[in-house]
Design a protein around this ligand. Structure first.
Ligand SMILES: [Zn+2]
Ligand SMILES: [Zn+2]
Length: 621
């Protein structure tokens, strides 16, 4: 008998499904206004279970290992035991029954968290997205305590945004998911090897589905079909004879393509895309009298040309190897034909970082901790750029705090003196005020080694106003770098209205660098603009915007985006030495002959106190 037809049959419980259930419970508890500690326990447990990465939790439970996993407690263990024994969670079912579907849908509206949805439900009795939209339009939402007209407007925008973006996820999330799925594919007994393709391989900033190409022994169609029965699969969305697209319980989409060894190179190329790149390469093949049929390169006579690797594939078409990041159909095929592809910047070219926060503002680590972590990553310098005084919500620094911080940096540098060539630089992320002025007076700005200017307020200005604001800031000789130039938060907040062409042009004239903010929520400057910046001679600073030592790892994601933007090491400010960075900042100040003293202040102030403040969002301001 087929297992699915036996009513007593209970499928094995995999990590993904179990973690998804725990996360759902957490979200439902939050929607019902349960306390933080209770909900956090479920989220922590979900993470711990996902990390187990197993297709069957039952053996772990039987051996007692499950009970000793860090992050699991009595309540969450009970849910897992229920899942393992019955395939379902009675607790989740109970919560679901109490919760209108529409509330869960509202969670996807940018800016609406579980707490706000709880208030909306309680205050207005709203239970669907449609009702929410109506209430936002007719003024009821604005009248709720702690809401107001601005929030209502934001909710309307959020709903519109949601309709456009659908089921996209950020790169790091998709990349982690892709590697987990890849491990699962590689475990299949008939899979010889497998690789990630698609937009993850191209390092797009947001991802819709995960593509994997697998080399199999035996029948590709049979292996592809067997994944419809993989643990955690909810339904089959599509597929051909050798491919299958499945949706997992948590919404993850996997597009799996199975081939025999001789087809792998062309299959990997095809599955990597983009469709624009693919179309241009196909045209190139036709010009040469060749064609690409399924996963094979074929000559005029219809004979199959063996292709051992992607590089060999491009070579057969008279093209240089095109790095996956560049495959977007933006001139890379023509450049590959001319041998004119850029030598893309790599993570190894980065020599230091300039956009980092410490516990003086809204970061979580001390300057010394950040310095050590930067040195451990092989960098030669770390620039501390905490928030300026106008960013009071993010613990912006007063004049006194700056003086204290500079003393502390001198001390850290002194203590590092024997530890090789490494130094901490004195930077600041100064607010660009609505009038276009850079926060602090000129004498105080002179004390910094460099200044990043960023917009953290009044995002709603018209394009003319916002562009004027930024152009004025670019004229300030203290400004070294324009931080996160468009203010976007991927999938959450659209860029503010700004004429980036005008900004790039002025930055080029003034000698100001533009930031490629490497926080995966931002990735701002957009890679599509990086080339324009490069053509105007604008240097790009790849800034981790780290708020912890862990945040320094954002650099790697930023480098991927820089590569998509055709950038070479010579185009990147922090691929230069610390001295060259200081020189870059000083040059700009001297050119305008306003206080050129960027040196350190050796005076000592007693007492070094860190200050922390809650930021309104994890990745802002
Ligand atoms: Zn920052
Ligand atoms: Zn910022």
């Amino acid at each position: 008998m087929q297992p699915g037809l036996d009513p007593r049959y209970i499928p094995s419980m995999d990590s993904r499904t179990a973690a998804h259930v725990l996360n759902e419970i957490a979200a439902l508890l939050e929607l019902h206004g349960e306390n933080k500690f209770k909900t956090r326990a479920y989220r922590t447990a979900a993470k711990a279970v996902l990390a187990l990465d197993t297709d069957d939790l039952a053996p772990l439970q039987r051996s007692g290992e499950l009970a000793s996993v860090k992050g699991l407690g009595p309540a969450t263990l009970a849910v897992l035991e229920d899942l393992i024994a019955t395939g379902d969670s009675e607790y989740l079912e109970l919560l679901r029954e109490k919760t209108p579907e529409g509330l869960i849908e509202m969670l996807r509206v940018p800016g609406l968290g579980t707490a706000k949805i709880h208030l909306i439900h309680q205050g207005l009795g709203i239970e669907t997205l449609l009702e929410l939209e109506e209430a936002a339009r007719d003024g009821r939402l604005a009248e709720l305590p702690r809401f107001g007209e601005k929030t209502a407007e934001k909710v309307l925008k959020g709903i519109a945004f949601l309709k456009e973006t659908g089921a996209l996820v950020l790169y790091p999330h998709a990349s982690a998911e892709a590697h987990r799925l890849l491990a699962g594919v590689r475990r299949h007994p008939d899979v010889v090897s497998a690789e990630i393709a698609g937009s993850v391989r191209r390092r797009r900033e947001v991802i819709r589905d995960i593509d994997i190409v697998a080399v199999v022994r035996g029948s590709p169609a049979a292996v592809a079909a067997s994944f419809s029965r993989a643990p955690g699969v909810r339904d089959i969305v599509g597929g051909g004879s050798r491919s299958i697209t499945v949706r997992y319980v948590d919404g993850t989409l996997l597009d799996l393509h199975c081939v025999r060894p001789p087809q792998f190179a062309v299959a990997l190329w095809r599955a990597t895309g983009s469709s624009e790149h693919e179309a241009q390469v196909r045209e190139r093949a036709i010009e040469l009298g060749l064609s690409i049929v399924d996963d094979e390169l074929v000559d005029k006579a219809g004979a199959h040309i063996p292709v051992e690797s992607e590089a060999a594939f491009y070579e057969a078409l008279g093209l240089a190897f095109v790095p996956p990041e560049l495959r977007e159909g933006r001139g890379e095929v023509a450049a590959a034909a001319r041998g004119a592809l850029p030598r893309l910047v790599g993570a190894g070219d980065i020599r230091g970082v300039l956009h980092c926060h410490s516990d003086y503002s809204d970061g979580s680590a001390t300057i010394a901790d950040m310095a050590r972590a930067a040195r451990d990553r092989g960098w030669r310098y770390l620039g501390i750029s905490d928030h300026s005084q106008s960013a009071f919500y993010a613990g912006g620094l007063t004049r006194e705090a700056i003086l204290r911080q500079h003393d502390e940096i001198d001390e850290v540098n002194a203590s590092l003196a024997g530890a090789g060539d490494f130094r901490v630089l004195k930077g600041i992320e100064a607010d660009i005020l609505p009038c276009g002025r850079v926060d602090y007076d000129s004498q105080l700005l002179d004390r910094f080694d460099y200044v990043i200017g960023s917009i953290h307020s009044r995002f709603g200005m018209s394009e003319a106003q916002m562009t004027g604001r930024v152009l004025k800031a670019l004229d300030d000789p203290h400004l070294t770098i324009l931080g996160h130039p468009t203010g976007r938060l991927l999938l959450t907040r659209e860029p503010y209205a700004i004429d980036m062409d005008a900004v790039i042009e002025r930055a080029g004239e003034a000698g100001v660098a533009l930031e490629l903010n490497a926080d995966p929520h931002r990735l701002d400057l957009d890679w599509r603009c990086c080339r324009a910046a490069k053509e105007h001679g604008v240097l790009i600073e790849i800034g981790p915007d780290a708020h912890s030592t862990h945040g320094l790892d954002n650099v790697e994601i930023g480098v991927g985006i820089a590569r998509k933007g055709w950038l070479e090491a010579g185009d990147v400010l922090n691929a230069r030495s610390a001295d060259e960075v200081l020189q870059f900042a000083a040059q700009r100040r001297n050119a305008s002959s306003v206080g050129a003293n960027a040196g350190s202040d050796k005076r000592r102030a007693p007492g070094v106190a860190g200050r922390r403040a809650e930021s309104d969002e994890g990745h802002g301001p």
